[in-house]
Design a protein around this ligand. Structure first.
Ligand SMILES: [Fe+2]
Length: 257
């Protein structure tokens, strides 16, 4: 979330990568640049910290400078597959790892109905995607960006056994329900955010209180200062069958950077 999110990532991620040795590091990038979208320069900054792939959300296509990168299959960034204004090839890409090719998909939940046009139903979008991209992939990862806990949970069951992981976000608040579903898909309703801890989803609390109590229409401003939070999950996947073996939250709070 904004500059604090980038700074926390740069401060903590390199050491976490050394400790945990992930084969692939994915971040949801729709709030990277002042909370709205991600500029190419900020994407490069985070690649330098060790992030290898970026998924999107409801702000993913607000900055037009990112669109040429979304359109380039070699650039590791996607936007929600079922969002109006997102080309089919921008919503799913594959990335090579030392164990094989991983497919990564970004989807919006149905809470975002009026963003420049109608949303495609996310379940139908996944049905069509799985039919048109048989693989082979060693893993398929879905980032489900949504507001309703019910749909975030249910899409996990809908895709259970068809993909390796369905990880929810958009709340910026981590949930405590990480689990492996019956047919081998890792699931989490919400992974949380990276940025300032004492904030309203990364935005300054005072601005939100003024708006809520008195109806003052202040512009959102990114909260800054410590303590800071870093929320992620580490997923272990069996590359022989694409099933998840383990999902573990990786959560840090640090006072200063
Ligand atoms: Fe969002």
């Amino acid at each position: 979330m904004g500059k604090p999110g980038r700074d926390v990532t740069k401060a903590l991620l390199p050491e976490l990568i050394t400790q945990l040795r992930p084969d692939l590091t994915i971040a949801q990038g729709e709030n990277v640049t002042h909370g709205k979208g991600m500029s190419p320069a900020h994407m490069r900054e985070l690649q330098g910290a060790g992030i290898q792939f970026f998924t999107g959300g409801n702000h993913a296509i607000e900055r037009s400078a990112i669109k040429p990168l979304l359109a380039d299959p070699a650039e590791p960034v996607i936007a929600p597959l079922n969002q109006h204004g997102v080309e089919a090839a921008w919503g799913v890409k594959a990335i090579e790892t030392k164990h094989g090719i991983v497919q990564i998909v970004s989807l919006l939940g149905t809470i975002f109905p009026n963003m420049a046009g109608p949303l495609q139903n996310p379940l139908q979008a996944m049905d069509a995607l799985l039919a048109r991209t048989p693989g082979p992939y060693v893993a398929r990862i879905v980032n489900f960006h949504a507001d309703w806990s019910s749909e975030k949970r249910v899409i996990g069951y809908y895709l259970d056994g068809k993909v390796s992981a369905v990880i929810g976000d958009h709340w910026h608040v981590p949930t405590a329900d990480a689990m492996i579903l019956p047919n081998g898909t890792a699931h989490l309703t919400d992974v949380g955010m990276v940025g300032t801890l004492h904030s309203s989803l990364g935005v300054s609390v005072d601005i939100i209180i003024d708006r809520w109590r008195d109806g003052v229409a202040n512009k959102n401003d990114i909260a800054d200062g410590g303590p800071y939070q870093f929320n992620a999950v580490l997923i272990t996947i069996d590359t022989k069958n694409g099933q998840a073996r383990k999902i573990e939250p990786v959560q840090k709070i640090v006072e200063t950077l």
